[in-house]
Design a protein around this ligand. Structure first.
Ligand SMILES: [Zn+2]
Length: 261
């Protein structure tokens, strides 16, 4: 249930961003009708406070529709690209100094917090949604925030470092290909240890799905793991990918702000 609440929160946040984009896009209202119906049903079921498999099915529907709308409407920013291509699990794993790593759920892995001292791991990383949260000190970060905090960098420096590590081609990247930080993270990305962790996570999800069915969080987690393997392969072959923002997706204001209540 907690997972579903987290996911709903995540989608509602994204949906608000989507509404905002709609406001400036001048697209027809029918393009968000389907998603509004699903969200309404999800909110209703959530409000009942009981777990039902219907929630899972609807969540997957929601995700599918949301993704298709996102693809056609939302302009992709460099920040989106970095969050999608990068792996917060990989970043945190690189700086992990504690033996204890615990699988927490299908989607999350628990580490010892790297921002406060603690004996039991309470730093949860959910790679599929690019977020981490510490139950001990309340730290809550995406991959860019994490690099800023951990490496003590500015936003621009963090974006440049991450683009370099994950081989995303951007203009005027000041970070050297073989800088200390790039080497540190890339070595772990290509290491057996990190690959084994991904395989272990994937196996665990598939084992659990034999008992119950596919859930949204397990679906997203599997997708992220497979995306991580693609990134590893690309970085190993030293292939850069270009980041091309699609400016055509942003049109000018024409409609009133839609609401989903
Ligand atoms: Zn903490």
């Amino acid at each position: 249930m907690q997972d579903i609440n987290n996911l709903l929160y995540y989608y509602e946040t994204n949906l608000n961003e989507y509404i905002y984009t709609m406001f400036y896009s001048g697209l027809d209202k029918s393009s968000y009708k389907e998603i509004a119906i699903i969200l309404k049903q999800l909110k209703y079921l959530k409000g009942l406070g009981i777990y039902s498999s219907e929630i899972e099915t609807l969540s997957i529907d929601f995700y599918r529709v949301y993704k298709s709308i996102e693809k056609t409407i939302m302009p992709i920013t460099l920040k989106d690209e970095i969050i999608r291509t990068g792996s917060l699990l990989h970043m945190v794993f690189t700086n992990n100094e504690c033996d204890k790593i615990k699988m927490y759920s299908d989607a999350s892995v628990m580490f010892s917090c790297q921002f406060h001292k603690e004996k039991t791991p309470s730093f949860g990383v959910t790679d599929s949604i690019g977020a981490c949260f510490c139950f001990g000190c309340g730290t809550s970060l995406n991959i860019i925030d994490y690099v800023m905090e951990y490496e003590n960098l500015s936003y621009q420096e963090a974006v440049q470092l991450l683009s370099r590590i994950y081989m995303i081609n951007i203009n005027n990247n000041m970070v050297e290909e073989n800088s200390k930080q790039v080497t540190k993270y890339r070595n772990v990305l290509l290491s057996n240890e990190f690959n084994e962790l991904l395989i272990k996570l994937n196996d665990r999800i598939i084992r659990r799905e034999k008992d119950s069915k596919e859930t949204l969080s397990s679906k997203l987690a599997k997708e992220k793991i497979s995306h991580n393997f693609e990134t590893i392969q690309r970085v190993r072959q030293q292939e850069y990918k270009d980041f091309v923002p699609d400016k055509n997706k942003q049109k000018k204001l024409r409609f009133e702000i839609p609401t989903f209540n």
